[in-house]
Design a protein around this ligand. Structure first.
Ligand SMILES: [Mg+2]
Length: 260
């Protein structure tokens, strides 16, 4: 059923694939440092990247070093911290114009959330995330505490799934897609972005602007978070992983066809 909103398109080997990590490839954990990479996912990602001629990038709110730690020994092209960090080649570097988070911003975030139970602050190099998965009712109080922090530190404050993200203005998952698409092996391919959160909408828009697709992964049933604009194509991370395994098999079938 081509119009079934839960039916993703069949993967093609002329795509450039951009994948969010948490909630897209990995099941959401109580804290980001508790997320686990399921058996077989590294192998599927490596094979999918090979099927796409290397045009597969991870685009996450996590830092690139954290993405590498999770998926080691795999080391894929990656963008971290919502587009603030890019690694198309061997070395990770900030996007143009992005500055390290100043000490004052770290102190201000810490003070803003002090004494709020169930809140976990994740400080990165260019961005910070304030997670409240363990205190879902704290979202609005946190927002009120963080608005002045964002204003004072010159950072953008964005909502996510039980998280508030502070990140530099001028970068996003969309700018990361644009940066990758300007260079080999991404250039000339059709961009396809898969993600589950509000920040991924920028990635979807950038992919669509270049004739590609934005495919959303559904959140948990009953989860109380702002519903993004894009209807879901995947029921959850397990469906994305199964789809990736299909993409990985494109490489295998093509190799087999060549061998005969
Ligand atoms: Mg996500």
């Amino acid at each position: 059923m081509p119009n079934d909103p839960r039916q993703p398109p069949r993967p093609r080997d002329d795509w450039a694939l951009f994948l969010d990590v948490d909630g897209t490839l990995l099941d959401i954990a109580p804290r980001p440092d508790a997320a686990e990479v399921p058996d077989g996912l590294r192998e599927s990602l490596a094979a999918a990247a090979a099927a796409l001629g290397g045009a597969l990038a991870l685009v996450s709110g996590r830092a690139v070093a954290d993405i590498d730690r999770l998926f080691a020994p795999l080391r894929l092209p990656a963008s971290g911290q919502h587009g603030a960090e890019l690694r198309a080649a061997a070395v990770s570097a900030p996007a143009a114009g992005v500055m390290l988070l100043p000490e004052s911003a770290l102190d201000a975030v810490g003070s803003a959330v002090a004494g709020m139970p169930g809140v976990h602050v994740e400080i990165k190099t260019y961005a910070a995330a304030v997670h409240y998965r363990a205190a879902p009712e704290a979202g609005e109080a946190l927002r009120r505490s963080l608005v002045p922090v964002a204003a004072a530190t010159g950072l953008a404050l964005l909502p996510g799934r039980l998280v508030w993200e502070l990140r530099p203005f001028g970068v996003s998952k969309g700018t990361a897609v644009g940066a990758f698409m300007a260079q080999a092996p991404f250039r000339g391919r059709r961009p396809v972005f898969i993600g589950d959160d509000i920040a991924d909408e920028d990635g979807f828009a950038a992919a669509r602007a270049q004739g590609g697709l934005g495919l959303r992964v559904a959140g948990y049933a009953g989860e109380d978070w702002p519903q993004p604009a894009t209807p879901p194509s995947f029921t959850g991370p397990a469906a994305v992983r199964a789809w990736l395994a299909d993409l990985a098999r494109l490489q295998g079938s093509r190799t087999a066809a060549c061998a005969t």
